[in-house]
Design a protein around this ligand. Sequence first.
Ligand code: N01
Length: 540
Amino acid sequence: MTDKATRGAGDKACDVDAIIVGAGFGGMYMLHKLRQLGFRAKVFEAGSGVGGTWYWNRYPGARCDVESVQYSYQFCDELQQEWEWSERYATQGEILAYVNHVADRFDLRRDIQFDTRVSAATFDEDKQHWLVETDDGARTTASYCIMALGCLSSANLPDFEGRDNFLGPTYHTGHWPHEDVDFTGMRVGVIGTGSSAIQSIPLIAQQAAQLYVFQRTANYTIPAHNAPLDPDYVRAVKADYAGMRARAKRMPAGIDFKPNLGSALEVDDAERRRQFEMRWALGGLTFMGAFGDLLLDQKANDTAAEFVRSKIREIVHDPEVAELLSPHNVIGCKRLCVDSGYWETFNRDNVTLVDVSDMPIEEITPQGLTVAGRAYELDAIVFATGFDAMTGSLLRIDIRGVDGLTLQQKWTDGPRSFLGLAVAGFPNLFTITGPGSPSVLTNMLPSIEQHVEWIADCLCYMRDHALGRIEAETTAEDAWVAHNREVAGESLRSTCSSWYVGANVPGKPRVFMPYIGGFPPYLEKCAQVAAHDYEGFALA
Ligand code: N01
């Protein structure tokens, strides 16, 4: 046992006070914050560079669907003043340049061990610390273990019959090569029509001789209307960055914009159309802010869905293709996509939409793939098939808590956590934007920063009070899980087969994973827990 005098300050017998897993936005800021507070911290990162999701997702057209001036750190005003975003929606390359700038500016790399994957993390009850094993065979001990794995970082590669038989190159959008991929003159197949596909298809279509898009479920997407940023707008944002950040924190998704809170059903057709046209012209995710009840009332939702279908019919010349592209599920239930020229791409002569909704892809062959007995000859295949979201990256690490309980065992029926920050049975373990927190339903950056700051405050509290162990109480966890389930049930978002509920991964338990109660009440709850001496946690 660690003696009381050394506890809380971080057990000096440990290699470090905190191990952070992942060097994306979460891990980078966590490292910076803990170092500032005098903790010894070390990051393990599987990639060769910083950036997490933006390090891996290099497919053509990859950009953020949250505006660049908001999808950025706010913890350092000098940083947000000095960095210049060039476009309304930043490209993957620009975001990667930004995270590299941050890593340099705060000298983060010296405490990040790249090209190192964490394979196991075990809580040692005698010593009250974590033992973390990495794929280089090393074992590192720490008082705290902080998982900063990202919500969408474990690729979902469906087990298609014959998948490995294909003779040409295959790509997954979430693990795109670092060197340029040139599809010029090729027959390319893209499997999937989620955000990654919707962003990459228009660009792949410009290169490929022939592009086949294999669509299982038609998806909703809103034009980005991306453009270079107006310097006057940037000046205005920078003059009141604090104001924008504060307004964002009062919004359910942590994004500063002006929603219309009225009902879609209480206005006449002309006014409803006017509101949708206005949001369509603005572009992007805030389309769902056209009315306050779009995700609460099926009839209200139907009006938005029909509006988008009418746009598809306007844009896509071939009525049969337009119909096939038209989704008929709840708009906004799966995450809304944001595109640049997606629907228009289906007017190109070299693009063919293949419906695999009723008749799935039968087999991948050496020359391509077959659907409904028809062979599609391909030179390259792009799997835009998404992620084992929110839990995938945590569960592929062998995490063992009290009494040897594994996280896999604990989460057999789906993830359970207190606030998406901690799990009962796993003391001194924190999850940045873990399941049960708003995370993917918000702008990830403020959500990440809030978690990092909450964890950092918690570790300071532990140090100040000479405490060495913090563990979520089962009762607090149960209550939070029940609350999550209740608020999810109030939203149409929980009603469809999305990755939010794990439906895209065969065998995954169906649980609505992110917290849907909104960013402001979540912030309040986290602050309240901390203010009441970490109510809901057992401290020792
Ligand atoms: O993945 P997805 P994604 N046969 O799961 C299809 C974020 N993101 O990488 O809908 C045939 O959405 C699947 O079909 P279905 C964002 O949060 C953000 O595109 O399950 N098809 C679907 O069409 C996003 O939501 C940005 O029927 C199969 C597609 O593959 C999240 O990442 C950009 C199949 C997967 O879509 C995931 O997006 C990109 C099968 N066996 C991503 N299995 C930004 O803009 C799966 N599919 C910030």
